[in-house]
Design a protein around this ligand. Structure first.
Ligand code: XIL
Length: 387
């Protein structure tokens, strides 16, 4: 009961401030969800201890940010979300393009936008097999483990140090396990990941040190393992559960486990997601949904999703959010960009698309409505959690 009372007061105060301005130019009225004063946004309905984020495809979307004249994308990004993840701009190839060259320009623009809009930033990512610059791929052919460690240590200390105090969660190690269908099954990526390959005799020690270097560079940041196909309890998450225990036993400053949440309507939803989160939480770790999107497959000739597909997409998004809301240790839920025109999905999954929560004109889809409702219900009175 406390929240409605407070909200009414805030709304009344906001209306008193805003109405005289709006009354003069009705044509300037903002669409719902475009302004910080709109109460019905994801960030404003979220429990206080849950950040609701979005990825930003390229910080170049934000480089020319002028707070007095934001683009529609920038307005929705600022109004709806309390956290941002650079979809590409902190990856190795973007931020460390040559051995002695670090380029922070795009990532700095994102951090500046976040600061101006009172948002937190998730860092992504420091140790990964993909989107490494050519110089890493080439040099790694002849690396000894000691050389690989030196390169990784310099990178992590420099990048994490650059953003010290401005990043609340870092995906330190991304996708370090193979899939069941890969040659060799679920095991550490000691072939595809150049750093793990060079240290294939002691990969866990390298992974642990990556977390140690990051922690030394920014002791305040929560440090995550992160992967896809990692929502439910399965062979891959069993491997993560094991390595998390091993790292913690070794005193490694591991803080969390992130499930990316890249789903497709081609497959079912694994209802063990909450139980999976609970087992990591029981180790004392945080959990997070870090890259949520739900792809819709289209049959040949079909020009857009059916109402049933759109409704099922809403269910899937909401199921992931519910798993997070139901576990206290889940502190951030991030969608992997918006609107559909900025989504990575069509380029990577031919025949699938429409994966985000906003239409291209930024009108909300049923997935947005479902999540907003769940966030609203999760904040009755002063108790933000269901348990
Ligand atoms: C994707 C980006 O969305 C694309 O823009 C880019 O071309 C490729 O990478 N798992 C991750 C993310 O951890 O970094 C990936 O992001 C999607 C899968």
């Amino acid at each position: 009961m406390r929240r409605p009372t407070r909200s009414l007061l805030v709304a009344a105060a906001a209306a008193a401030l805003v109405l005289p301005l709006c009354a003069t130019t009705a044509a300037n009225a903002e669409p719902p969800g475009f302004s910080h004063s709109d109460k019905n946004t994801l960030r404003n309905q979220a429990p206080r201890d849950l950040a609701v984020g979005s990825a930003v495809w390229g910080a170049r979307d934000l480089v020319d940010y002028d707070p007095s004249a934001p683009t529609p994308f920038q307005r929705v990004l600022g109004a709806q979300f309390s956290s941002l993840t650079p979809e590409n701009d902190m990856k190795w190839d973007a931020i460390h393009p040559a051995p002695d060259v670090y380029d922070f320009a795009s990532a700095d623009a994102l951090v500046a936008f976040a600061r101006a809009n009172h948002q937190q930033v998730r860092g992504h990512t420091l140790l990964w097999h993909s989107q490494n610059p050519a110089w890493v791929t080439e040099a790694s052919q002849t690396w000894t483990c000691a050389q690989a460690r030196d390169v990784l240590e310099d990178h992590i200390r420099t990048v994490v140090g650059h953003f010290k105090g401005r990043i609340y969660e870092w995906d330190v190690a991304n996708e370090i396990f193979q899939d069941t269908w890969d040659a060799g099954g679920v095991r550490l990526r000691t072939e595809a990941n150049p750093f793990l390959k060079a240290c294939a005799d002691e990969p866990v020690s390298l992974i642990g040190d990556a977390f140690r270097w990051a922690h030394e560079a920014d002791p305040e940041a929560a440090l995550f393992l992160n992967d896809y196909n990692a929502e439910g309890i399965n062979e891959k998450t069993d491997a993560y559960y094991d390595i998390a225990q091993q790292l913690l036993a070794d005193g490694v400053p591991l803080s969390g486990f992130g499930a990316q949440g890249h789903l497709s309507l081609l497959y079912g939803f694994d209802t063990s997601m909450q139980a999976n989160f609970e087992r990591f939480a029981a180790l004392g770790l945080q959990v997070a949904v870090t890259e949520a999107d739900v792809r819709i497959p289209l049959l040949p000739g079909q020009t857009g999703p059916t109402p049933e597909q759109v409704a099922l997409q809403a269910e899937r998004y909401d199921a992931m959010l519910e798993a997070c809301l139901n576990v206290t240790a889940c502190r951030s839920f991030t969608v992997w960009g918006f609107p559909d025109s900025k989504s990575w999905v069509p380029g990577v999954f031919p025949g699938e698309g429409w994966a985000t929560i906003f239409e291209d004109d930024f009108s909300p889809k049923p997935a947005f409505d479902a999540m907003l409702q769940s966030l609203r219900e999760a904040t009755p009175g002063i108790s933000p959690r269901r348990h």
